[in-house]
Design a protein around this ligand. Structure first.
Ligand code: AMP
Length: 286
């Protein structure tokens, strides 16, 4: 490989901050230097470039960059032939078909012969074709949800996360076209050193993503409470149990779901656990 491995991150928008934060947590030290659009990561000799989210799939498929963080919806829309390496757990949304809430359309079949406005025309057209429906797509870049109100379309195909924007615009979802989240992708057919770097990067990023929902629980339990304490710990791999220097006590260590921690602490204490510590985990490889 004559040039460094190139990783593209979204330069702005809702995927920018979480992608940057993830890269840094994975040890890719990105220095946002003024207006510079790329940065070097010394550890792997990775060149980080910032690009528009909707340009990233094509850049990756074409080999301008070797790997990237991208929205799955945009990869599908661009029909970009890339390998999905790691789902990243942020930027979650669904591409939904939505229609006026007070109207007569209750299911997608009723859109046959109609028009939908969308920023995802290719994905929408493929969806309606797969349902055996003839639906015209009206490509729109922004504020897709206004189109039915302006009588420019019978419905829309748009990204939805909370559903608030749909509701505020008098629309309701009737079908899901695609579930999306941010993903780490690599150019198909990487070889040699680039393939090795992509594999290492994927492993580290996956370990950071996996660690996010977990906490490391440490506690001490008197010997007579040990079985009760262990029984309360959720069914992961069995916890580590270590005798302490002072007799009659054992240390218990386990990784637990972050959302289970609040429900665990009082029962653990009631069962006899003490010196409880809950720590964040930086990397986790199951
Ligand atoms: P941007 O337009 O640059 O803010 O980024 C849009 C990307 O963020 C989309 O392609 C999706 O992958 C993701 N995303 C997640 N939730 C939503 C949402 N509710 N609306 C639009 N995009 C979303």
């Amino acid at each position: 490989m004559t040039r460094p491995f190139r990783l593209a991150l979204p330069s702005k928008g809702r995927l920018h901050a979480p992608a940057l934060e993830l890269a840094r947590a994975a040890g890719v030290e990105v220095d946002l230097n003024g207006r510079a659009l790329h940065a070097h990561c010394s550890r792997w000799d990775i060149e980080v470039l910032f690009a528009r989210a909707d340009d990233i799939p094509a850049w990756t498929a074409d080999g301008a960059v070797d790997a990237a963080v991208a929205g799955r919806d945009l990869i599908v829309e661009a029909a970009a032939e890339v390998d999905e390496l790691v789902p990243l757990g942020f930027g979650r949304c669904a591409l939904e078909v939505a229609v006026p809430a007070g109207g007569t359309i209750a299911e997608v079949g009723a859109l046959d012969g109609g028009r939908v406005a969308t920023a995802h025309p290719r994905t929408a057209a493929a969806f309606f074709a797969s349902q055996g429906l003839t639906v015209d797509t009206v490509p729109i870049r922004g504020s897709v949800e206004l189109a039915p109100r302006l009588d420019a379309a019978d419905g829309i195909v748009d990204l939805v996360s909370s559903g608030d924007t749909l509701r505020q615009n008098g629309l309701r979802p009737i079908a899901t076209v695609l579930e999306s989240e941010a993903v780490l992708v690599a150019r198909s057919g990487l070889g040699g050193r680039a393939q090795a770097v992509a594999g290492e990067l994927a492993t580290v990023i996956e370990s950071v993503v996996a660690a996010r929902d977990k906490r490391y629980l440490m506690l001490n339990a008197p010997d007579e409470s040990l079985d009760d304490v262990i029984a309360l710990l959720p069914g992961m791999d069995s916890p580590t149990v270590l005798p302490l220097a002072r007799g009659g006590l054992h240390a218990v260590h386990a990784d637990v779901d972050a959302e289970a921690v609040a429900d665990l602490l009082a029962p653990l204490r009631a069962a006899g656990a003490r010196s409880l510590l809950v720590l964040p985990i930086q990397n986790l490889i199951p």
